[in-house]
Design a protein around this ligand. Sequence first.
Ligand code: GLY
Length: 336
Amino acid sequence: MEGVPPVSTPESPMESPENAARCPFLLSTWSFGQRANEAAWPALAAGGSSIDAVEAVSVFCEDDPEIDSVGYGGLPDRDGAMSLDGCVMLSPEQCGSVCAIRRHRHPVSIARQVMDHTPHIMLAGEGADAFADAHDHPVEELLSPGAREAWEKRQRELPEQSRASSPRPVDVDPRGQLFAHGDDESRWSNNHDTIGVLAIDERGTLAGACSTSGMPWKVPGRVGDSPIIGHGLYVDPEGGAAVATGTGELVMAICGSFLAVELMRGGAMPGDAIREVLERIAKRSDLEPGHQIAVIALRPDGHWGSGALRPGFRLATSDAGGHQLLKPELVLLPGT
Ligand code: GLY
């Protein structure tokens, strides 16, 4: 409906209808969310909790070196160093977050332990890594050989590159590489994307998580929307759950996930809430061609929706009927 070109993935994604999910249900961002959903689904289908499911989806992506925007495999900062962000949420009273993790591969699992074992919501930097050490997370290399190679290549070629004109990420690579497509070097860009996952279990409990390596080539120290409650992720049992992916600064400027959930709390369907979030972002006068935002949302009654600012976003769903890769129901700026 929005003029998205055919994709080269083996399966042809369908338009996603806004409908009511059968519990349990998993909803994840990007095509790489599909294989993570498939890995997490059996436990959720067997009566597992939504919080375990969203953690499992995140951990799967964090471990996959092919995914160049999350965990091991993610692209580093300007200086070639990795830092990871993530959060998890059940409700305003139960949420946890970590940012600027440099020695541990699983920010969502660490965030869950912040939620479960501290009176705090967010730990940052060396303190967060020290907390992970204390909770027996192994120290692991975060920079994959592929990401190191990409950074070194960029260092060599930077003078010839025009970063401002780099295109948005387009989800056509089934391996999960949003930033490099074949030999098209122009895909290496300032764009970046997150695994965002929402779940509702058979007891009707909502949960959400998101995890990212942040913007490729970011200024060291930069943190985006993903680990910040209400920006990259928000879950309220009375309103619903929403996750955002894309250019974090745009989401942070409007508290995007909180806004979507608050609109649903007021009665909006997920698709209408997402449209409002995207329209507020699209009104910015400084929107660049490379900016992309996508949002997925799930209400406590099981209605769910998805939308993106520009073409190229995909989402993955899992329920008792199987696993699907879908296009969003809304693309606000088609043809861009
Ligand atoms: N949305 C991920 C980030 O901006 O870091």
